[in-house]
Design a protein. Structure first.
Length: 163
């Protein structure tokens, strides 16, 4: 696991990380620099139905996101075995990254709220490694509309990057 920065905010370089994925690969955020935009979604808990719905929708729209030059990384704060079972249960076209110590959650300021409620986030990192979109919450209902919003954002980001 690589930790390079201490803060993620819009306009800043995204803190880099490297985690083991459910497909066995080690994936770093910096692997995508210069190649594609990246959506990073932090799953609140495996029992969160809104998070599951959002991840499933990201999976359904994966090819559309790829057409905009965007890859998807989903991070789950569980060990690799539980992360793999979660991923297999929803048959995703992209791997889920395992963060059992939730070190990357902490790096992105997603500590538990009042020590009870896991914070979750969705962000877009552009091809240069800069955070362009960031939404953190403890209320996962926002994810029910998030997928279309993210698609519109990355599609418009492509237009801006071409200018």
């Amino acid at each position: 696991m690589i930790l390079e920065s201490i803060e993620a905010k819009i306009g800043s370089l995204a803190p880099d990380f490297r985690l083991r994925a459910t497909n066995g690969q080690e994936i770093a955020l910096s692997d995508f620099h210069g190649r594609s935009n990246v959506i990073v979604f932090f799953i609140r808990e495996t029992s969160c139905p809104q998070c599951r719905t959002h991840v499933t929708q990201l999976g359904r729209m994966y090819e559309q996101f790829r057409e905009t030059g965007t890859e998807i990384i989903v991070i789950l704060g569980e060990n690799l075995e539980k992360s793999r079972a979660y991923a297999e249960g929803i048959d995703l076209p992209f791997p889920i990254l395992s963060d059992p110590d939730r070190a990357i959650y902490e790096l992105y300021e997603l500590e538990k709220y009042f020590l009870l409620f896991q914070r979750t986030a969705s962000l877009v990192v552009d091809k240069e490694g800069v955070v362009r979109y960031l939404k953190r919450t403890t209320v996962p209902n926002v994810w029910l509309q998030e997928t279309r919003e993210l698609f519109g954002f990355v599609d418009s980001l492509n237009s801006v990057q071409l200018v």
